[in-house]
Design a protein around this ligand. Sequence first.
Ligand code: G3H
Ligand code: ZN
Length: 286
Amino acid sequence: MKTLRETIAWAEENKVAIGHFNFSDSNQLWAIFNAAREVNVPVVVGLSGGERNFFGVEQAVAMVHSLRDTYDFPIYINGDHTYKVEDVKHAIDAGFDSVIYDSTKDGHEHNVANTKECVEYARNCGRDVLIEAEMGNIGQSSSMWDEAPAAVDDDVLTDPEMLKRFVAETGVDLIAPAVGNLHGMSKDGRNPELNIDRIKVLREEGGIPMVLHGGSGISDADFKSAIEAGVCCVHINTEIRKAYQNGIKEFVNANPDEIAPYRFLKQGQDDMQEVVKKRLELFNGM
Ligand code: G3H
Ligand code: ZN
C-alpha cells in the first residue's frame, strides 16, 4: 500500500486531487469509505479538534486502520486544524498519517517556530507522517452562512514570497493557502471564486504540494482549474455535514416512531455518501 506521501505524489503527477472529508462518527466514516470504494480512488478522512474529541483520537485511528486493513484499501487519516503543538504530537503518537498545525492567527514568528517543532517531531516518530501548515486567512468554521461575501480581498491571499520563506524555514510537507477559499458555505451553495493565477504562482514559489481547504460551495469549474493549476488535495466538510443532517431530519420527520439508530441514521449516511461520491468523481477527472 502506498504511503500518503506517495499517494500525493501520484495525484500531482496525474493532475488529480485526493478528496479529504471530515467525520465525527462511524456512520460518516462508512459513508466516506463506501463512496471511495465505489469510485475506487484513494481518500483522506480528517477530524478537527471538536470532531476528534467526539470520536476519540485513538478510536478514530483504530477504525480507519481496520477499514484499511480489512479491505486492503488506501484510506488515510489526517488530524485536521490542530491549534496546539501538544495535540499535533498526540495525533502523531496515536497513528495519524498527517496533521495540520494551524496557527496563522498567532503571528508569523510563532507559526514558524511551532511548525518547525511539529515537523521535527514527525521526522523522529519512526513513521512517515506529513505536517501541513496554513498560511493566510480562510476563516474557521464549517458552517452555513446566510450570504457569501462577493469576493475575497487580495490582501488576505497567501503571499508567494512569504510562502517560499516559510517552507524553507520550517521544512513543512504540505501547505494550505488562502486563494479565495473560505471555510463554510453560503445557503445558496455559492462561494466566492478562486484566484487560479495565485494558485499557480504559489505552487511554483512554494515548491510543495498544495491543499485546498474550504471546498464546500466552490464551483465545479473552479475545482477543475484549481487542480490543473496545482492543487492535489481538496477538503470538504460543510456540504457533507448538511447532507447527513438533512437525510436524518427527513427520515425522522417522516417516521417519528422509528427508534432504531441503524434505521433513522441510514438516510443521512446514504445522502452523505452520494455527495462524497460526486466530489471524488470530479476531483479524479471522471
Ligand atoms: O478542513 C476542513 C475543510 O477545509 C472544510 O471546509 O467546510 O468549507 O468544506 P468546508
Ligand atoms: Zn480546513
